[in-house]
Design a protein around this ligand. Structure first.
Ligand SMILES: NC(=O)C[C@H](N)C(=O)O
Length: 527
């Protein structure tokens, strides 16, 4: 065996995941024949060939005659074990980045890993201050790890969550493209709060104000954009404009809400997947798109290496933290099966309230907030409905009370004789634990009805009559939205899905602060 410490720098190549029979960051030194790929379907046997591996030392165990190092590069959950001589292992400790060249061989039966790397040469690519390195192999609380968002993604499970995010985005892109949706980039800085969906962040500039001598006066001078602007709380209104140009549009955009919310399901900055469809006038067709899309994602996940690793993580001791989820592998698999279940129930809001009341009166269920038509569904109610009626999967609840919903939602197609009040053509998709995952509706496309609704909703008091019998919007911030109805308006509708919540649900993680790499919530925006 040639034992040599390499001093020249060797080119960095691909990842362990390329290694036959292994997860992770490995390629052969040229001119060796290319190695086969990925651990799935079924893994090719280790060839005994010499290969070159780049990665980080997850742990190292030094014995008299040998040392064992676990090498990970984030491309797989399981590390690659390298067998080193004591000389090769000199100076190696957790966190150091290395290149190891060695023979990739099968392990004898009974070993935890199927293959290992017999090192021929080791090169340190990046040293590590091991004494102070905060990421340790021992148990570390999620709260502690949240103080290190720049380092915690090196943990194998956190790397897996990054790969899950990437895979889901790729699949969504394919799904929408296959259905002729156009992907768009609506603005992040907006002039209104969409629907009063939440508190807004106001945009200011360190460059000071706008033009020093703005002809529009002092107010205009005070603001970079001449009047207050905000970070978007939803791209919906802009998507409505684009849907009337190209038919069907979608986006996955950063979204901001300044609510002082500390729940495990809310963040101040998150990604929302939103879609808008022109020439659509019923909620059922919108729910069909949502159902098809999530089923497509679940199918892809189940058959992917990421899916297998998510299950593997739960069937071993990878996940020690409660915040990362207490679900077993079987529970997580059942969640995915629930998404794939034949048809998701669709239930009207009035029925949902009746069922919740029944649960209290007949089955003795207890909720902190009583189910009442005018109070909406609280997280506990949503969880109960999904758990009880979803057959392990989601439930759609449709036709919520008008007074609880945004101004742009038109009356329900069939107005039931509900003594409690009118309802609107909308839906929420509810799943166990995570609760509301998607919300959508038909949009009011008739100018006069829209203006009436805008007037009625007090948060939009920028709508006035101009006194000449014509409708007008005093504050130009929503004039453009009304214009969409004036100029060739068609029935349309859409939905918004909390993308990080979706990852929470698919991964079985409990707190949204774990699936977002650099999470922001009130009081916390670390780096
Ligand atoms: N695009 C959507 O329908 C999402 C909706 N505007 C919301 O913020 O919930």
């Amino acid at each position: 065996m040639v034992e040599e410490r390499i001093t020249r720098s060797s080119p960095l190549r691909s990842t362990l995941a390329d290694l036959p029979g292994l997860p992770g960051c490995i390629t052969p030194p040229r001119p060796a024949p290319p190695l086969a790929y990925i651990t799935s379907t079924p893994p090719p046997e280790p060839t005994g060939n010499t290969i070159s591996v780049n990665g980080f030392i997850r742990s190292v165990r030094k014995q008299k005659k040998h040392a064992f190092a676990s090498i990970g590069d984030g491309s797989t959950l399981s590390p690659l074990q390298a067998l080193l001589s004591p000389e090769q292992a000199e100076g190696l400790s957790t966190g150091i980045a290395v290149n190891i060249q060695g023979r990739h061989v099968a392990c004898p039966p009974g070993k935890e890993q199927a293959s290992e790397l017999h090192a021929l040469a080791v090169e340190i690519l990046g040293d590590n201050d091991a004494t102070n390195y905060p990421i340790q192999k021992k148990y570390q609380t999620t709260e502690f790890l949240r103080t290190l968002p720049h380092l915690r993604t090196r943990l194998p499970f956190n790397s897996l969550l990054l790969r899950l995010r990437s895979q889901v985005i790729a699949q969504l892109t394919t799904f929408f493209a296959s259905r002729d949706f156009v992907q768009t980039h609506p603005p992040i800085i907006t002039s209104n709060d969409c629907e009063g969906a939440g508190e807004v962040f106001t945009v200011t500039s360190s460059a000071g104000q706008a033009a020093p001598s703005d002809p529009d006066g002092e107010e205009a001078q005070q603001h970079f954009f001449r009047n207050p602007k905000y970070l978007t709380v939803s791209s919906q209104l802009h998507l409505e404009a684009l849907a009337q140009s190209v038919g069907k549009v979608w986006t996955l955009s950063p979204t901001f809400r300044a609510d002082r919310s500390h729940t495990p399901r809310h963040l101040s900055e998150f990604y929302m997947l939103e879609a808008e469809l022109a020439f659509t006038s019923d909620v059922d067709s919108l729910m069909d798109v949502v159902e098809d899309m999530l089923k497509d994602l679940a199918r892809g996940l189940v058959s992917s290496r990421t899916g297998k690793e998510l299950l593997q993580a739960r069937s071993s001791d990878w996940i020690q933290n409660e915040e990362l989820g207490v679900l077993s592998a079987a529970d997580l698999q059942a969640r995915w099966d629930g998404l794939l279940a034949s048809e998701w129930p669709r239930m009207k809001y009035t029925i949902a309230i009746a069922k919740l009341k029944e649960a209290v009166e007949i089955d003795g269920a207890s909720f902190d907030v009583a189910p009442i038509f005018s109070s909406g569904l609280h997280a506990q109610h949503e969880h109960y409905l999904a758990k009880t009626f979803g057959n392990g999967g989601p439930v759609f609840v449709t036709d919520y009370p008008q007074e609880l919903k945004a101004f742009y939602m038109p009356p329900s197609a069939e107005q039931e004789a509900v003594a409690d009040g009118p309802t609107v053509a909308c839906f929420d998709l509810l799943v166990p634990d995570v609760c509301e995952l998607v919300g959508g509706s038909v949009r009011e496309h008739r100018t006069s009805e829209l203006l009436k609704a805008m007037e009625k909703h007090e948060q939009l008091n920028d709508v006035v009559r101009d006194g000449k019998g014509k409708d007008a919007v005093e504050d130009a911030s929503l004039q453009w939205y009304v214009d969409l109805r004036r100029y060739g308006s068609v029935p349309h509708g859409g939905f918004g899905l909390g993308f990080d919540r979706l990852l929470l649900y698919l991964s079985g993680v409990t707190n949204i602060r774990e699936v977002v790499t650099f999470p922001r919530w009130p009081g916390r925006c670390d780096c």
